[in-house]
Design a protein. Structure first.
Length: 346
């Protein structure tokens, strides 16, 4: 191995081979300073990376390796996990690109579990073409929960805002039934623990959004907020946690009430993601909280429409890299502090 072994090793799954994943990875590491505080390991194949470099006219040396033990800490490492030629068809959703996206992810997660990489950064996959007998999950989050320890919580984050989802990739027709006291308690508990251990916040303040417009207007537009969400929040708050709500989502974001909280829990996917993406201006990060290992990703998709055109913005991927490193460090500091209770900040 190269020197500087104290650097954090960031394992990167390259995502869909025909999308913008490799482009945002290459553009992120075009900034040489990135190698000062982390060692990247791309799980894929040097020929695929070279194909993208040529298509994008990016001159960036990469260091091909066949085993993680060959990592060089001052280079961009590409761990060759397949030897065969793979057809890259930029901008197209193909079964081939989906299969190799799965291969990259599986190999990266294997190394994450073996602790040969410190954190996982995932480039975007196509959720349809990645499906196979071996990969039968709605997305990264569910796959990771199945392979790592813990209960996952998807958190979309910027410096100012962290939004978690009580329900994830499920049809809107099933959301109301899925909002139970048990799931609310589980997600609040996961977010609370993550804010403490991953972000170093000693007394986190969490807001929970209501399900119905105007939180149901006292039952006129639905009873879930009054009958399920509010009593559950009150019960959690009685145990000493700073949890508040439910808040009507429109006013909550419109009046910037979110700025008064360390974390926000949305009841369903678009209730959290639509305002988040509007407020994060392309710099958002998706963090999978609650699991035994740290995983982040950019908050955008495969970008097939612009793949190979040198138009992809690496900002979100770069932020995801910074976030993974920071969370890893904060988590380790917290472990050290709790080993010695006298050092814990009160």
């Amino acid at each position: 191995m190269g020197d500087k072994t104290d650097k954090i090793i960031v394992g990167i799954s390259i995502g869909d081979l025909n999308g913008i994943g490799v482009e945002v990875i290459l553009k992120t590491f075009e900034d040489k300073r990135m190698l000062d505080f982390c060692t990247p390991v791309l799980f894929g194949n040097t020929k695929v990376i070279s194909y993208h470099k040529k298509a994008l006219n990016i001159e960036l040396p990469v260091h091909g390796i066949t085993s993680i033990s060959q990592v060089n800490h001052s280079k961009i490492n590409v761990l060759n996990i397949w030897k065969e030629e793979v057809a890259v068809e930029l901008g197209k959703a193909t079964k081939v690109s989906g299969a190799y996206a799965a291969k990259s992810l599986e190999e990266a997660v294997k190394h994450l579990k073996e602790k040969t990489i410190d954190v996982l950064l995932t480039a975007p996959i196509n959720k349809e073409t990645i499906q196979s007998e071996n990969f039968n999950f709605p997305g990264h989050t569910e796959y990771l929960e199945d392979n790592l320890e813990g209960k996952s919580l998807m958190i979309l984050m910027t410096d100012q805002l962290r939004i978690g989802l009580i329900t994830g990739h499920i049809p809107i027709s099933k959301v109301a039934k899925a909002i139970t006291p048990e799931i609310i308690k589980e997600k609040v508990s996961t977010m609370y623990a993550s804010l403490k251990t991953d972000f170093g916040i000693s007394k986190p303040k969490i807001a929970v959004l209501g399900l119905n417009p105007h939180c149901g207007d006292k039952g006129v537009i639905g009873n879930e907020d009054d009958e399920i969400i509010k009593p559950t929040i009150d019960e959690i708050a009685a145990s000493g946690k700073l949890v508040f709500g439910p808040y009507a989502a429109d006013g909550f974001f419109g009046s910037e009430t979110y700025s008064q909280f360390d974390g926000v829990l949305a009841t369903y996917h678009d209730q959290g993601l639509a305002p988040f993406k509007a407020l994060s201006f392309g710099n958002g990060v998706n963090f999978t909280a609650g699991l035994s290992e740290v995983r982040t990703s950019p908050d955008h998709g495969t970008g097939f429409d612009i793949a190979g055109k040198n138009k992809a913005n690496p900002s979100s991927f770069k932020e995801a890299l910074f976030a993974a490193i920071q969370i890893f460090k904060t988590r380790n500091e917290y472990k050290e502090l709790t080993k010695n209770p006298l050092l814990v900040k009160r």
